[in-house]
Design a binder for this molecule. Structure first.
Ligand SMILES: [Zn+2]
Length: 257
């Protein structure tokens, strides 16, 4: 195993993540919430940043780009082609099924519009890792700002369909404890969810992160990924409905939660 992942909290509740290939020495940051925090995390690991992989254009994911570029002048910056003009500074424009490389390891690009219209995820297939930005969260999903709700549902269903269950999922934010409280309003009798909520509360009480998660864990507990489950549809009073409609109802309830 030559792939190493280091996750850390920065700003308020953003995750910074570094992916390091020990064979080549290459290191990528996933998004750039805070240049100083990313530089410090890389230094603490003894890693030199070579690549930056951007998921979407929101400020709390790109505002560290100038600081990282100043510190690492050879930094290669990759990001979604569909948001190139809003991000700027991209050296490599990525589309569906393109590959981004970190030394000898490769991430396949999955376009997941919804939270933003051009959002992409990075799937390191061989390493069974995926970086989902603000599309999928542990027990939640991103707010849908730039597309119809059905587009976000299609993106979540795509992640659930394409990524094997054991894939480790890293996300843009530590929102899990609040997401668990909301998930329990949808499925108060889901025993797996109840057990997970208790584990999450214990981790947060110790100040520990609740990520990464896995696709399998999300399929068992995340109400947004479970919008086609008969039990979830019954719980929201919409039995037999199109899953995109159930998703839209759950997302609307979360927005008001
Ligand atoms: Zn965002």
């Amino acid at each position: 195993m030559t792939t190493h992942v280091h996750q850390f909290i920065c700003l308020q509740d953003n995750f910074g993540v570094l992916v390091h290939d020990s064979r080549s020495g290459a290191t990528a940051a996933i998004d750039a919430p805070d240049a100083d925090a990313v530089v410090a995390a890389a230094a603490a690991q003894g890693w030199t940043l070579t690549d930056l992989l951007i998921t979407h254009h929101h400020a709390d994911h790109i505002q560290g780009i100038p600081g990282l570029k100043a510190r690492f002048p050879d930094l290669r910056i990759a990001g979604p082609a569909r948001e190139a003009s809003r991000i700027g500074a991209l050296d490599m424009l990525l589309r569906e099924d393109d590959y981004a490389h970190v030394g000898d390891i490769a991430a396949r690009v999955l376009e997941t519009p919804g939270h933003t219209a051009g959002h992409i995820c990075y799937w390191f297939e061989e390493d069974e890792l995926a970086f989902c930005g603000d599309t999928l969260f542990a027990l939640g999903c991103g707010r849908v700002f730039e597309t119809p709700l059905s587009v976000m549902w299609d993106s979540l269903a795509k992640l659930a369909d394409r990524l094997p269950g054991e894939t480790e999922i890293y996300c843009g934010h530590e929102y899990t404890e609040a997401n668990a409280r909301f998930a329990l309003t949808i499925e108060p009798d889901n025993a797996v969810l109840k057990a997970r909520a208790a584990e999450i509360a214990a981790l947060r009480a110790l100040g520990k992160p609740t990520l990464p998660t896995t696709i399998a864990a999300e399929l068992a507990t995340n109400p947004f990924l479970r919008a086609e489950e008969p039990s979830v549809q019954a719980a929201i009073g919409m039995p037999g409905v199109d899953p995109a409609a159930a998703f839209a109802e759950i997302r609307a309830r979360k927005d008001r939660f």
